[in-house]
Design a binder for this molecule. Structure first.
Ligand SMILES: [Fe+2]
Ligand SMILES: [Fe+2]
Length: 282
């Protein structure tokens, strides 16, 4: 029987999106079946690739080179679904990567339960977005997608707590902020399938942020560190974007992310931005 780390690397080295997610879902089922019998799989060790295998298409472009499309149009909505599919495929790899990359850090089995469950849900999310695209005669790979999505993983490849701070607690939390407006766009268009898919994603992403916060706090406790201060330090060190309001404070709270974690960083981002704009107008 393969170890969990070996299964994670198998997913990471599979290039095709649908194959990657089918493999991920099978491995998740194997993990939970073994847990149910009381003989959990070994975690093991297996070095993940620097970058996960990905399909030849979509073409990857810098964000500034991405074509702009209005969300009020069908091409605009397809671009939105395509962008979410790309984020979800990246999320599949991010979840399996953390399992393999930090397998040398002893963690309770509950940590792997949470991460395998979230990885399985990311597979489902990618498939849901692909189904929506295919309903409209399009498919993942037909449009360009953002390059640089793996940056957060590269920046935090040696820092487990940094990875938890930046990926679930900043990037996935950002998903909670923006998804309701996205659902509104599809509601206006009467696209019931897309609404249903995005609502599944929205509900399950609260859990992913919560897993991040839970295990981040666990590691802070293990090392006797103050969670809020360490979170601020790690986000300043590893996250290169700005934390921008409006925040979905209710869903963030539900996910165990209190305002004093993100507001001070948002205020710093705003001050830095203000500094730049003052300089440019002097
Ligand atoms: Fe997701
Ligand atoms: Fe997620």
């Amino acid at each position: 029987m393969a170890t969990l780390a070996e299964m994670a690397v198998e997913v990471l080295t599979c290039a095709d999106g649908r194959e990657k997610t089918a493999l991920g879902r099978r491995h998740a089922a194997t993990w939970f079946a073994a847990r149910a019998t009381g003989t959990p799989l070994e975690i093991g060790h297996c070095a993940p690739p620097d970058r996960p295998a990905r399909p030849e298409r979509p073409e990857l472009l810098a964000p500034r080179d991405m074509p702009r499309r209005r969300p009020g149009t069908l091409p605009g909505r397809l671009a939105l679904l395509h962008a979410v599919a790309h984020i979800e495929l990246n999320a599949v790899d991010l979840h399996w990567d953390i399992i393999a990359r930090f397998s040398h850090v002893p963690m309770p089995l509950g940590f792997y339960d949470d991460w395998v469950k979230a990885a399985d849900e990311e597979c489902k999310h990618f498939n849901l977005m692909c189904d929506c695209l295919e309903n409209h005669g399009s498919r993942y790979g037909d449009l360009p997608a953002h390059a640089g999505m793996w940056r957060a993983a590269e920046d935090t490849r040696d820092d487990f707590m940094g990875r938890l701070a930046v990926v679930p607690m900043v990037l996935e939390a950002r998903g909670l902020d923006v998804t309701p407006q996205m659902i509104d766009i599809f509601r206006k268009a009467g696209d019931d399938a897309a609404i249903a898919a995005l609502e599944v994603i929205y509900a399950e992403e609260v859990g992913h942020v919560a897993y991040g916060s839970k295990w981040f706090h666990f590691l802070c406790g293990r090392h006797e560190l103050d969670p809020k201060d360490v979170f601020h330090d790690l986000v300043r060190r590893y996250f290169h974007g700005a934390l921008k309001p409006p925040f979905n404070e209710e869903k963030r709270a539900e996910a165990g992310l209190p305002p004093d974690f993100y507001w001070p960083l948002a205020e710093e981002s705003a001050a830095a931005f203000g500094g730049i704009s003052r300089k440019s107008t002097d």
